[in-house]
Design a protein around this ligand. Structure first.
Ligand SMILES: C[S@@+](CC[C@H](N)C(=O)[O-])C[C@H]1O[C@@H](n2cnc3c(N)ncnc32)[C@H](O)[C@@H]1O
Length: 334
């Protein structure tokens, strides 16, 4: 059965304590992650020998990994630091890339608005879907402080009028509806009563079988009532995935070792679902439109940074917006 370990309390702690390499794992429609990676590889192609790179809001280190691979391809030695306020352990979680991730200095529990680094200490700063989650004015000021003169930066920012928001924000309503309908509690009730009768904790008599039947009916009718509510493709896909997890667990309830195992399992799944909702609410609040981007550029210029480029990122061959990309340079001192 799915995980029954103690669920994490913060939305990103639990998210990164998994094999997900990036936040693209469940919010980005197929193909976006590869496309974004390609643009990062282009940016890191100019990496210099001995460069120091800081990736903020790094998650499980998707951007540091691209930087490291780009450096190795060109036989350059670099030092990479990845920070996040979540409790991250990329080298522990991403087993296929463990050896490479061990070369990165990851620091969890670090808020980007007060970075524990000296002035002028990095050659490159990067952020993929991170800056906009933070108090971006403070963050830009901090990044300007720690970037060396002549140093460069690149930021990829969620677009509020883009593809990712369109595909994900409607799921917030789904999560709320499922939680309000107490689907997880009804699943637990049905699983527990059926498990007790199956395992003779309760006698297999007419009265107890009637209770099980009633709980199963409540569970099934809640599922079918909810199923009718979700008509959009993204919502339907998400609901069907949950439907399948819950019905499978109920069908195979005798694989659970006891009542507390069932209770923990349901609790873990409910928490995961609740945290997905919180992450999407954060995503919706974080995403920026063109006006916000121009404010960001004004703040950057105000801090003395040169804006080398600011562009819309679209899926190749389409005008489907997947974010904004900004590159900057901290001018050399004369
Ligand atoms: C959408 S995820 C992006 C992660 C990663 N860059 C990627 O593309 O997979 C946003 C991350 O920003 C982190 N974050 C949000 N606010 C932060 C802050 N003030 N300081 C440091 N990290 C922060 C969250 O913990 C989360 O891991």
């Amino acid at each position: 059965m799915q995980r029954t370990t103690k669920p994490a309390t913060k939305p990103w702690d639990g998210y990164w304590n998994s094999s997900r390499l990036s936040s693209s794992s469940d919010i980005n429609p197929t193909g976006i992650a590869d496309h974004i990676a390609h643009d990062w590889a282009d940016f890191f192609a100019k990496i210099k020998n001995g460069a120091s790179i800081l990736d903020i809001c790094t998650g499980n280190g998707v951007v540091p990994l691209i930087a490291l691979k780009a450096a190795k391809e060109k036989h350059k030695k670099v030092s990479i630091t990845g920070i996040d306020q979540a409790n991250i352990k990329p080298a522990h979680n991403i087993t296929p890339e463990r050896a490479l991730l061990r070369e990165v200095n990851f620091m969890g529990g670090v808020d980007v608005s007060t970075l524990p680094f000296k002035n002028n200490s990095f050659d490159m700063v990067t952020s993929q879907y991170g800056l906009e989650y933070t108090n971006w004015r403070k963050t830009i000021a901090e990044l300007t402080r720690i970037l060396k003169h002549g140093g460069v930066g690149r930021f990829v920012i969620h677009a509020s009028d883009g593809h990712i928001i369109k595909h994900n924000v409607p799921k917030i309503k789904l999560y709320e509806t499922v939680i309000t309908a107490k689907l997880f509690e009804k699943t637990e009730q049905a699983m527990l009563s059926a498990w007790r009768v199956d395992n003779r904790v309760l006698a297999n008599n007419h009265k107890n079988r009637a209770i099980v039947k009633k709980h199963l009916m409540v569970f099934n009718s809640t599922l079918s009532r909810l199923q009718k509510k979700f008509t959009g493709m993204d919502q339907r896909q998400e609901f069907n995935a949950l439907f399948s997890i819950l019905t499978q667990a109920l069908t195979h309830r005798n694989r659970f070792q006891g009542e507390s195992h069932i209770t923990q399992w349901v609790k873990g799944n409910k928490q995961e679902f609740t945290q997905r909702r919180l992450r999407l609410i954060e995503l919706q609040a974080a995403a920026k439109d063109k006006k916000d981007i121009s404010k960001i550029l004004t703040v950057m210029r105000g801090l003395g940074l040169e804006v080398s480029s600011s562009s819309e990122l679209t899926m190749p061959g389409t005008d489907s917006l997947i974010g904004y990309a900004i590159t900057i340079k901290k001018p050399n001192t004369n």
